[in-house]
Design a protein around this ligand. Structure first.
Ligand code: URA
Length: 444
């Protein structure tokens, strides 16, 4: 087999076989195939697409390129959840204990934040003492004992995806639906999930800016799940404004605690309960979504979700006293208000700008090696639909960096993120559609 022939076949719209994809992925991982040839193939895929079968085969090849976590010794159906990336996306911190409290085992590998999006592992590390590095044995043992463990993704899960993603990033081939779908699903499959719930973000702050593209991405991932025997459901949710009201690590942990008590923002709670309900149905704990949602609201109301979160924090070395007294979590030295310059209704909040601003305050990394400030971030005091007067606080900036020029730059970033109009905007949509093997169910 010759790489050039496979590039040509894809360039001309052909379908590569499993053997041909294995040749490309294994050859690239081992260094036998150079970057320039794989980038030509990625660009051919970008223009020609891939069939469902090809996408599933590429996924399996990448999943097999490194460690594969064996979760078979955990009893029950292991349902994983993945978000395609957002700003203020506190869902895992709420969803994992909520679903575990309902009896579905949660064995979750998560990543760190990069650029304007956050990562669950950094958020958990803002709880003093919390250990994110577990051995596979400790991970499995903890899930069997407590129903829940979250660990940092091992460095050798899907190395082929890591290498290919790095190449796509510099060759303008990230935004290809089969390449994104296979990248995400390969990590979920290698992490040992039996079934997968995806939160596919759509809108200004997401990879996929339009609903149609988001649905196509969701369909591609659901189809991969079908092909490889891991039932997959995708909820399409809005990233037209940040979810919830907190962006930044300790700030998001504090918000997750409020939400687990039933006192969090409505959008975060509703999305978590919906994603959790799909996890309960896939995990065999409920027959249908309505029943599952009722169960989850009851679990929050009775305090079981918060109790499970404390149990989980203690099991991973953190002190549950931080959960009882969230004010003891890392807190920034400075809080600077950003005030509205004009009166009107908040009509839009560009999530990406808010995420970038939070990163400038210290909450995120510009490069993989950069360190972060766990206390830094933003609290959104106004969201879409709210009426504001000039001078009202839109956002609070929390930071340990007090330099006036930095604070001013972030203030400008926040003001540019907010659109304020005279006319009242339409009610924002939180969830647009659910994609399953049965098809697309539009929610609006
Ligand atoms: N997230 C991933 O893991 N991979 C992609 O290609 C895009 C988003």
């Amino acid at each position: 087999m010759r790489t050039v022939d496979l590039i040509q076949k894809k360039r001309d719209g052909g379908e590569l076989s499993r053997e041909e994809l294995a040749f490309l992925i294994q050859g690239y991982s081992s260094g036998r195939i150079p970057d320039y040839q794989l980038s030509a193939w990625a660009m051919a895929v970008y223009f020609q697409g891939m069939t469902a079968r090809e996408t599933a085969d590429l996924t399996l090849e990448m999943a097999a390129s490194g460690d594969q976590v064996d979760l078979r010794s955990i009893q029950g159906v292991k349902v994983d959840k993945h978000s395609t990336g957002g700003v203020g996306d506190t869902t895992t911190l709420v969803l994992a204990p909520l679903v575990a409290a309902a009896g579905v085992p949660v064995a979750k590998m998560s990543g760190r934040g990069l650029g304007h999006t956050g990562g669950t592992i950094d958020k958990l590390e803002s709880i003093p003492g919390f250990k994110v590095e577990l051995t596979e044995e400790q991970f499995v043992e903890q899930v069997n004992r407590h129903g829940l463990a979250v660990m940092s993704q091992s460095g050798n899960v899907t190395p082929a995806d890591k290498k290919l993603y790095g190449l796509r990033d510099v060759t303008a081939t990230v935004n290809s639906i089969p390449l994104i779908a296979s990248s995400i699903m390969s990590k979920k499959i290698a992490s040992g999930a039996d079934a997968i719930v995806l939160d596919v973000k759509t809108g200004s702050g997401a990879f996929m800016k339009t609903l149609d593209d988001s649905i196509r991405l969701a369909e591609a991932m659901v189809a991969i799940g079908e092909e490889v025997g891991r039932e997959t459901v995708a909820v399409i949710s809005s990233m037209d404004q940040p979810l919830g009201v907190a962006v930044g690590n300790a700030l998001e942990v504090k918000l997750a605690i409020e939400t687990l008590k039933g006192e969090g923002p409505a959008d975060l709670e509703e999305l978590c309960v919906t994603l959790g309900a799909h996890m309960l149905v896939l995990g065999g704990r409920a027959l249908e979504i309505g029943e599952a949602k009722d169960m989850l609201y009851e679990i929050i109301r009775k305090g079981y979700a918060l109790k499970k979160f404390k149990e989980f924090v203690a099991a991973q070395g953190g002190s549950p006293s931080f959960i009882d007294q969230p004010s003891q979590l890392p807190t920034a030295k400075h809080v600077f208000p950003v005030e509205a310059r004009t009166a009107g209704y908040v009509a839009a909040i560009e999530a990406e700008r808010i995420g970038l601003g939070a990163m400038m305050l210290g909450a995120g990394r510009e490069t993989k090696e950069a360190s972060i400030d766990l206390a830094a971030g933003m609290l959104l005091k106004r969201k879409i639909g709210d009426l504001v007067e000039a001078g009202d606080v839109l956002v609070e900036l929390h930071t340990n960096r007090g330099e006036a020029s930095l604070v001013e730059a972030v203030r400008q970033q926040v003001l540019a993120a907010y659109t304020i109009t005279e006319a009242k905007p339409a009610e924002p949509t939180l969830m647009y559609a659910v994609v399953t093997k049965a098809g697309v169910e539009r929610l609006v």
